[in-house]
Design a protein around this ligand. Sequence first.
Ligand SMILES: Nc1ncnc2c1ncn2[C@@H]1O[C@H](COP(=O)(O)OP(=O)(O)OP(=O)(O)O)[C@@H](O)[C@H]1O
Ligand SMILES: [Mg+2]
Length: 505
Amino acid sequence: MLKQKTVMKEKEIAYTKIDRDLDKLGPTICSISALNNVKLERGSYVKIGKDNKQYYIGQIIDGPYYVEDESARFEITFTVDLNAEIRNGIQRAVLDRPEPHTPVYSLNENLIQEFLGAKGSMTIGRLLTQEMVKIQIDSSTLTRHMGIFGTTGTGKSNTIQTMMEEAAKVGIAVLTFDVEGEYVLMNEPTDKLVDLLGKFGYKPEGIKNFSIYTPNPCVSRREDAIKFGVSFKDSDKILFSEVAGLSKIEQLFFFDLIERIKAVAPAFRSVTLEAIIERLKGRLSAQADNPTMPPYIAEAHTSLYSKLMAIHNLNMVDVKANTIKAEDILVSGKVSVIDFSDAGNQLKNIAVANILEKIFSYKMVNINSPKVLIVLEEAHGFVSKDKSQEMLGTINFLLEIARRGRKRGVCLGIVTQQPAFLPSELLELCNIRIMHRLSSTTNIDALQQSTGNVPNSMWKILPSLGLGQSIIASPRYTRSIIGQIRPVASKRIEQQYLFEPIENE
Ligand SMILES: Nc1ncnc2c1ncn2[C@@H]1O[C@H](COP(=O)(O)OP(=O)(O)OP(=O)(O)O)[C@@H](O)[C@H]1O
Ligand SMILES: [Mg+2]
């Protein structure tokens, strides 16, 4: 129910016009004429009607158009989409249209926020058009998955970091797979865009409960980063064989070797990668002495050996370093960053698959453990459509997390420049979408086909959005919102500072 008392003194800004160009109108569209010296912008919300017991809420979707007028020099007209009719505080469908010459007012900030449903404990920015209106989301919304999209340099990382800060503040655990090492200083306050941050009512502030991890063989710019390894026995073998790039036949021999070692190993000894490699080595040297395997099987064994050795040589599996425990990550309000800035693709994939698996299994049993926001940046590199054949198990696993995780308080935050390259099922599971500037029609089409609630006219502005500006769509919002995301309060190492400048190549 929209509260009457939030309607305060109102200044008339326009009035509705007589319907002329009927072809351009529709049942929820009307034309307004702005009063002298009033500046209006597309995207702004307006109240049409003087009576607080019965009025319309509309959004300006087109204009200004300067039309010749007999009395004045020109008239400034706009098109308004009627979003709702309010009667006695109750929102109704638009079944009527306002009469000509009905006064139009700016909608006050509380009413806009209430109307949009943009209320909650996490504040991520403000409306682009009516800056006093905060864009908030409710922490319960974060049981749905989130997609953050945009071309390079449009503000995706800033947005996801803002989300991480807000999530931590309301007691959600945050886990970030940091491919560039951008988030490793989030425990420090930011020193950039401080004035702008102040305009959003925020002060620079680091995250208090913060941990950095890095894979065992990698170097992090944070000396205190905790090195971690992966234990083979805990790994899902299908995911493992995919990440290792095993062909179907290599996978068969890999599973066969595991079974044979299990059969002879005492129950208390777990199967290690090294044990598999040793056994494989035995088969290969027997073959060299006395070839009994047909050539294609021998070849599969040789290539399996080199692929498993490549993983072994990563110095990550079954190493001395501790493994990450779900209990370390699932701490209310804690932000854990896995620094992958020095890690190759294979290393990243092994670590991500392993950690996700642990968290997911833990969450299935410990239902009351804190909610977790898991940030997967540049997700298209981890699971992209063109890899979907060879990465089927990994994609299915992620989809399982996405589907089943929702009820268990696992929220994925997927950040990518290329939404069109995400497997479509995964894209469809991103209910909350923050869309920054995008220009490629392939990417815009992919989003448009799978996002509800965004009127056609809004898609047209996507290619022209500025830094940090975005279209935000959420099932909790009555309508999609054009917003300005706030700058981060904690420190981020921006891409350009991550690499030494190259001089005179
Ligand atoms: N909400 C915002 N308000 C003001 N400036 C912003 C905002 N978001 C980002 N910026 C500025 O825009 C620049 C790029 O932002 P960011 O690194 O977040 O983009 P990105 O989309 O993650 O880029 P990349 O594709 O390179 O990862 C930064 O200099 C940042 O300061
Ligand atoms: Mg980025």
